[in-house]
Design a protein around this ligand. Structure first.
Ligand code: KIV
Length: 263
């Protein structure tokens, strides 16, 4: 099983890390049987599972429930849980309470969006013996401040800030850093400048690993096709076809057949 030490080794060996999001028991069971390295119970569950328009709506109670379901389904995987909106901004003590909730739900590590302003909390969590993954670039919890879902660090000043942020997160003790929606070259520079692995989403091919939202890579929403996304299945078509076939079979009375009854 992957652990924090594996993360560090993978970077040294230039062996890329694969990660997907997961929010529920049955997907977790499938991932548990797969070769994937690790799972992120992302706060994107507010959008994907609950239909909200942003991750701002994820609460610690939602995260706790989904983490526990994923842990039950994927006992063999390293599971990283997102600290939800504002859970890191109400003081160290409340931040540690949120970490406690996620770890007691069964997470192996927590992920925190943000940089300099989170450094004190990150240090305290790491001191408490809990692995922390950082997350910079496009930070969906700050989407209103960033002016929408845009590529970050395109200008020199923004790029320099992201380089500094990554270094601060490494100094604070993060075992890895998610880089979201930044130019390829910057993904490369940051990955080379920190000793911990970077996991990219829309950050180009040079990061030390890649993460995708499970439902996006499975093609659940035919209308969601950002440039960075590769779809590995057309689940929307597959599931709609299955549902319609069931409906047709019920209407035509071909389901259930005698072999599908208790006689
Ligand atoms: O919540 C999430 O799904 C994430 C990934 C996009 C990295 O943070």
């Amino acid at each position: 099983m992957v652990n924090v030490h594996t993360f560090a080794r993978r970077k040294e060996e230039n062996c890329k890390i694969s990660m997907v999001t997961c929010y529920d028991f049955w997907s977790a069971r499938l991932i548990n049987q797969s070769k994937l390295d690790c799972i992120l119970v992302g706060d994107s569950l507010a959008v994907v599972m609950h239909g909200f328009d942003s991750t701002v709506h994820a609460t610690i109670e939602m995260m706790e429930m989904h983490v526990a379901a994923v842990v039950r389904g994927a006992p063999d995987k390293f599971i990283i849980a997102d600290m939800p909106f504002l859970s890191c901004s109400k003081g160290i003590s409340r931040g540690l309470d949120a970490v406690q909730t996620l770890m007691q739900a069964g997470a192996s590590a927590v992920k925190i969006e943000g940089s300099a302003h989170q450094v004190d909390l990150i240090k305290r969590i790491v001191e408490a013996g809990i692995p922390v993954m950082g997350h910079i670039g496009l930070m969906p919890q700050s989407v209103h401040n960033l002016g929408g879902h845009r590529v970050q660090g395109k200008e020199e000043i923004g790029a320099k800030k992201l380089m500094d942020d990554a270094n601060q997160l490494e100094q604070a003790g993060c075992f890895g850093i998610v880089l979201e929606c930044i130019p390829n070259k910057l993904g490369d520079c940051i990955s080379k400048s920190v000793s911990v692995p970077t996991i990219g989403i829309g950050a180009g091919p040079h990061t030390d690993g890649q993460v995708l939202v499970l439902h996006d890579m499975l093609g659940v929403d035919p209308d969601f096709s950002p440039k960075f996304l590769r779809k590995y299945a057309n689940s929307s078509e597959l599931i709609t076809h299955a549902l319609n076939s069931f409906h047709d079979d019920v209407r035509s009375k071909s389901f259930p057949a005698l072999t599908e009854t208790y006689g």
